[in-house]
Design a protein around this ligand. Sequence first.
Ligand code: F0G
Length: 349
Amino acid sequence: MGSWKGIIDHYRPRLEMDDNAPVISLGEGNTPMILSERLSERTGLEVYLKFEGMNPTGSFKDRGMTMAITKAVANGAKAVVCASTGNTSASAAAYSAKAGILCVVLIPAGNVASGKLAQALVHGAKVVEVRGNFDQAFEITRKLEGPYPIVVVNSTNPHRLLGQKTGAFEICDRLERAPDYHIIPVGNAGNITSYWNGYNEYHADGITDSLPQMFGFQAAGSAPIVLGHPVDQPKTIATAIRIGHPASWDGALRAARESGGEIRSVTDKAILEAYRMIASEGVFAELASSAPVAGLLQLSAQGRLERGKTVVCILTGHGLKDPSWAISGAPKPIQVDAEIDVVAQALGF
Ligand code: F0G
């Protein structure tokens, strides 16, 4: 779509946007939906990977951030703040830079992938590293709004969730129906909540005639919803979803219950295997984004999914955000002198 101008432009009537508000957009949305032949063959389903890493800042957060920053600017805000495991802060920093307002980000010290930190810094955000985890940073962030002249742009901001439901619209527009199964990573649980809202909206308006079963996957060491209680010391290599007190807990449970799906967990080992598997098929998604693929394999191995059905896995962020995991598990490059014969010999010709 050559004339794509972002999700507000494309889905405006569904986003409760004032027609005269200047739109702060970086051209987010309209992300690829890639048919995975290998995963389809392995599971007997038609498996699509919705690659949200192709958004302007490399994650799905841009769908909600264009809304949150557009609304904040329309309401006269001069500063926004978020707590983040990295992607929200990268997106908030970029959209704030575009709007020319101040962005403050609170991140858990030492637990944010280097690419995400680089993004917040390069876009000029004020970066505060909190000695604690995401949940602690988030609690502080929420308390800043009200007493101080700053707008919170975490997914508790209702405009964020409105924007993120456009992912569901795109999937249905592309398939010309709703998928049978939707599989997504769960951290703070805003995204699964938004997708479920989006699918329901299309269904209620008669655009689709069915709803998908929603499966959310947490990392086993950070799985409060699966366990049924908050986790004070969440652990996982998938730092994006290292969250023990999800804000939209109820939304995730509702999506699973109403759709006949489930919130489940996958181990870090399964996440890493899924990460390498999709990379071997040409798709570089970050660790947290590989959780739904690990989840797909788990569900399929347990016979939970009907063969022949259509499934969409949401790959929420780009692998380049955290290249260290890609490099550490791969064979070392061969280094040679700059001579054709030496290169040919090294290649075994
Ligand atoms: N995948 C990625 C790559 C994420 O960055 C996040 C959340 C999720 C999945 C989970 O989405 O929170 O809506 O359930 N990242 C947030 C952040 C918390 O600060 O960037 P969720």
